[in-house]
Design a protein around this ligand. Structure first.
Ligand code: COA
Ligand code: ZN
Length: 312
């Protein structure tokens, strides 16, 4: 374990994808674009801006083309698209996505529920995507959903996770994401798996994706950071969840994560004031309250007026 907090923590904002995919209310394309354009000004180097999946599976994100071609791209920001297969990859490339995030679950059952395929079929599809990307500047990231546990199968073997990492690397993927789809990870497990996977990929290529389903999201971030991980997915307001995983709930909340880092002196390069202002616009956009806590409590330094009887 290290206690050196001088190394930057990179946050990839995923609210436009993981956040909006589970929302029951239709969010207008223009509102999605406006959200992404604001996020682009907050200092993120990576934003997952949507997905190119079956519109029957995820109707909320069926306007991926319009969103990707409508946003104002900021230099230095990588705009990522989640895709499940070659058709999704072709759509994403036509919409000028910079990076494709290919997702498969470690668990066969969750992969079948989510992607309607066996893991072997997903890997074959990723082979087609890798062949398409070869010789181009397109980046490929491979996500392993249910890395830390599956809501259908329970425990997932760590060897299996490492084998999938190996398979992804052989396909030429330059980034790997370990995803805790339904918040089953705990900090000791996270340290162990991160240490193991960091023998396969450098920290600059590894992302951790936590959901706060059981309240352990930020504990898991710290455990992963202390084990050497540097990149984390998070979602504005704590939105998010997989519609094909029972009990799924929001990602770790971006502004709560950035606040944690600010308080601990871990640099993120992200403007917390801008995030909090943006987070305050979400309840009216989505029609419900969100789980984020700092937006409700305020920052430590947002002091309150001293009670009048004390002043007298
Ligand atoms: N984008 C748009 N349409 C797609 C598509 C894609 N990436 N992939 C397949 N389709 C279409 C097919 O063209 C076909 O259309 P048709 O009915 O008009 O002929 C239809 O979807 C069914 O195709 P098929 O290959 O049989 O897909 P499926 O029904 O077995 O579903 C997936 C497989 C992967 C496409 C679907 O399960 C999916 O999109 N899952 C993603 C779920 C998700 O995003 N989860 C959250 C993120 S982890
Ligand atoms: Zn997720």
């Amino acid at each position: 374990m290290i206690s050196d907090y001088s190394q930057r923590l990179i946050v990839q904002e995923v609210s436009p994808r993981d956040g909006l995919q589970i929302e029951p209310r239709w969010i207008e394309t223009a509102d999605k674009i406006a959200l992404i354009d604001q996020l682009s000004l907050a200092g993120f180097s990576r934003i997952e801006a949507g997905s190119f999946v079956s519109p029957k599976a995820i109707p909320a994100l069926r306007d991926g083309e319009e969103v990707f071609t409508g946003i104002k791209r900021q230099p230095g920001v990588i705009y990522v698209a989640l895709v499940p297969n070659l058709k999704g990859a072709q759509r994403a490339v036509q919409a000028f996505a910079d990076e494709l995030n290919l997702v498969m679950s470690a668990s066969q059952t969750h992969n079948r529920a989510n992607m309607r395929m066996s893991c072997e079929q997903s890997l074959l599809a990723f082979g087609d995507v890798a062949a398409m990307a070869r010789g181009t500047s397109l980046r490929l990231n491979g996500s392993i959903a249910t890395t830390f546990g599956c809501p259908f199968e329970g425990s997932i073997s760590e060897d299996r996770v490492c084998e999938i990492v190996e398979a992804y690397l052989e396909l030429g993927m330059t980034g790997i994401t370990l995803a805790d789809t339904t918040g089953m990870a705990n900090p000791r497990q996270v340290s162990r798996i991160v240490e193991r996977v960091l023998t396969q990929v450098p920290a600059s290529a590894l992302t951790l994706h936590f959901h706060n389903t059981r309240g352990l999201g930020l504990c898991n971030v710290l455990a992963a950071y202390e084990a050497g991980a540097r990149r984390f997915d998070a979602s504005l307001g704590g939105l998010g969840g997989c519609p094909f995983a029972p009990g799924a709930s929001g990602n770790i909340c971006t502004e709560d994560l950035v606040n944690l880092c600010d308080e601990m002196g871990i640099e993120t390069g992200i403007d917390l004031s801008l995030l909090l202002a943006l987070s305050r616009t979400l309840p009216s956009l989505l029609g419900h309250e969100l789980p984020g806590q700092v937006v409700k409590a305020g920052r430590n330094r947002d002091l309150h007026a001293v009670p009048a009887d004390l002043i007298a």
